[in-house]
Ligand binder design. Structure first.
Ligand code: AVJ
Ligand code: FE
Length: 434
């Protein structure tokens, strides 16, 4: 367990370093979008949370710099206000993060990891590694919003496998109960607990996420010009912001282009669409005569093994993700072509449920039965309600430590800068189930 903790903390810090050294210090202080913090805020916030939960809560140490706590409390200052705070400089933030991390490794050496409680098990360490990786995804979003030269590069994913073009468009997921959520995943966050049975009616789900080619047909069919496809608030968003395509897309010389980490390139028809809001996903689905899957449908499709009637950790089983299973961990800075990762398919034959793009679901972010907030109400509980929609599966920007079949993400339905796409579903007709 200690080796795993040390490894996931190291992996997170390597990624944090890349994201905060690939641009100069001035760039770290700049606010690239009012939707995002300056990168230097994320860096010191990562360190401050690590100090708070590991050195203070687990280790019982005194605060290293109590005066900075309010600056890095995400609930005290909205992102737009963060540039005007007396932030640590890039050098100070790096020094603080390194100092905290050194003391955390001393604490890890001296701590027995056992039991299931926050302060005795490895949970607090796992939570902090996940927290850092979540901010690494947030920082990657900031990099995508940033103007100017490309600061980050990564090799593209490989081409789709030969069978990608022969896959059925949709797959039947039979009706019946399955186990949703978990009691046994040691680093599952509060909102993923507890395991409970949920009955799901039979439905069809897309075999792969909706592609840019599919989405372009919606646009070209007048999707953004006809109110009938849109929820009223979605239509209001289209009108107010004059939307006509996913974020970062432009139409030039008769073709769709998109900006991707500082480079402008033709949109690739076989890639899952990314940077669409929930309202756009919902409108596309209605145009296609379909709907978004519910969160329970998504999790059944991703975890249920009909051979054993058991819910597994991932679509492919219980084994930790490898590069053959899914596009995770910022190995690539884009989703892989639809139909990729046959080894990551679920028992029903559904691909790319984990990795590539976060998938919008139809569901509001609500607690599971018996929910208990830990370690703090602000992790999940204060977000429950109809304001937020659930996203599942994780994107290419998510590290495996913060990704599993039970993992729940949430955001406002108007959000477009996150690495979100979707797949569609439909009810199964009784005649189709027999
Ligand atoms: C789960 C991605 C919605 O970034 O707001 C980071 C994760 N919580 N720091 C967020 C989180 C506290 C959270 N999301
Ligand atoms: Fe945070």
């Amino acid at each position: 367990m200690k080796e795993r903790v040390a490894r996931v903390l190291d992996t997170a810090r390597t990624r944090t370093s890349t994201l905060t050294t690939c641009v100069d210090d001035q760039d770290l202080i700049t606010q690239h979008s009012p939707l995002m913090s300056p990168l230097v805020w994320d860096l010191a916030h990562i360190a401050n949370q690590e100090e708070l939960w590991l050195l203070r809560a687990v280790g019982g140490r005194d605060a290293m710099r109590p005066e900075i706590d309010p600056i890095y409390d995400a609930f005290e200052h909205p992102r737009a206000a963060r540039p005007s705070l007396p932030l640590l400089s890039p050098a100070e933030a790096r020094g603080y993060a390194a100092e905290v991390r050194g003391r955390v490794f001393d604490l890890l050496d001296a701590t027995a990891l056992h039991g299931t409680e926050l302060l005795t098990a490895g949970f607090a360490f796992g939570m902090i590694a996940q927290h850092e990786q979540q901010h690494d995804e947030t920082m990657l979003i900031t990099h995508q919003l940033r103007q100017g030269h490309a600061a980050l590069t990564a090799p593209p994913p490989g081409p789709a496998p030969a069978d990608a073009l022969r896959l059925p468009a949709e797959v039947l997921v039979p009706g019946g109960p399955f186990t949703m959520g978990t009691d046994t995943e040691p680093w599952a966050l509060d909102n993923e607990r507890s395991a409970h049975r949920v009955d799901v009616a039979p439905f069809f789900l897309d075999t792969t996420p909706v592609t840019c080619g599919d989405y372009a047909r919606f646009i070209e069919d007048g999707g953004y010009r006809e109110s009938r496809w849109w929820q009223p608030k979605g239509w209001a968003m289209v009108r107010e912001h004059v939307l006509s395509a996913p974020l970062f897309w432009t139409h030039e010389g008769g073709q769709w282009l998109r900006r991707c980490f500082g480079a402008v390139e033709p949109v690739r028809a076989d890639e899952p669409v990314v940077h669409v809001s929930w309202y756009e996903a919902d409108a596309y689905a209605r145009w296609a005569g379909r709907r978004l899957p519910t969160e329970a449908e998504w999790e059944k499709a991703a975890r249920h093994d009909p051979a054993t009637d058991r819910s597994r950790r991932y679509p492919w089983g219980d084994a930790d993700p490898t590069p053959a299973h899914a596009n995770l961990g910022q190995r690539h800075l884009r989703p892989a072509p639809a139909g990729s990762y046959p080894e990551g398919a679920s028992p029903y034959g559904i691909r790319q449920l984990v990795g590539d793009v976060w998938e919008w679901t139809a569901s509001d972010f609500v607690p599971y039965p018996g929910f208990r907030a830990f370690p703090y109400r602000e992790y999940s509980e204060v977000f429950f309600g109809p304001e937020y929609k659930v996203l599942r599966g994780g994107s290419f920007a998510v590290d495996p430590v913060a990704c599993r079949g039970t993992f729940r993400n949430w955001d406002y339905p108007v959000r477009r800068q996150i690495f979100a796409g979707f797949r569609t579903a439909r009810d199964a007709d009784p005649a189709e189930v027999l």
